[in-house]
Design a protein around this ligand. Structure first.
Ligand SMILES: [Zn+2]
Length: 154
């Protein structure tokens, strides 16, 4: 069940689940919900500049919450060169949304800024350097501020 029709800010402001629920990592998003959330973030944070990549929900990625892979295939304006993999079990929905937004910043570096970098003879980068933080415009900063206090970015 995923509250269709709510904005991101409204979703982030919904109450956190009880601690016992969080400890058991009971929030288990379906692929359909992940795609729904991706589209919401793309519209409200990235002005729909991203093309949806392959998204995978994985059970056995214990060492990370989410990951963005970038392919070195020739980039195009019609297809993402990335793949996003997300863990299947989460403390709460808010954590999942914030992590997906984080992976989408990497996708933006690769797919959007990567094309610009190649034009000037540079390789695309995917990092937590200055270009990552450039993406945090005012709206994104407001959004990130609302994340649960215990949450860390990955
Ligand atoms: Zn990262």
């Amino acid at each position: 069940m995923y509250y269709e029709g709510l904005t991101l800010k409204e979703l982030m402001a919904t109450p956190l689940p009880p601690i016992t629920y969080q400890k058991k990592l009971m929030y288990r998003p379906s692929l359909e919900e992940a795609i729904y959330t991706y589209n919401l973030l793309n519209e409200q944070i990235f002005s729909n500049k991203l093309l949806i990549p392959e998204i995978e929900i994985m059970g056995r990625c214990r060492k990370y919450w989410g990951m963005c892979y970038g392919s070195y295939d020739e980039p195009t304006k019609n297809k993402s060169s990335c793949k996003i993999r997300m863990m299947d079990k989460w403390y709460c929905r808010q954590w999942f949304i914030t992590t997906l937004a984080h992976e989408m910043c990497h996708q933006y570096q690769w797919d959007v800024q990567g094309i610009e970098r190649r034009k000037i003879g540079k390789e695309p980068i995917m990092s937590h350097g200055p270009s990552f933080f450039e993406l945090r415009d005012k709206e994104a900063r407001d959004f990130v501020k609302k994340r649960p206090r215990s949450q860390t970015l990955v």
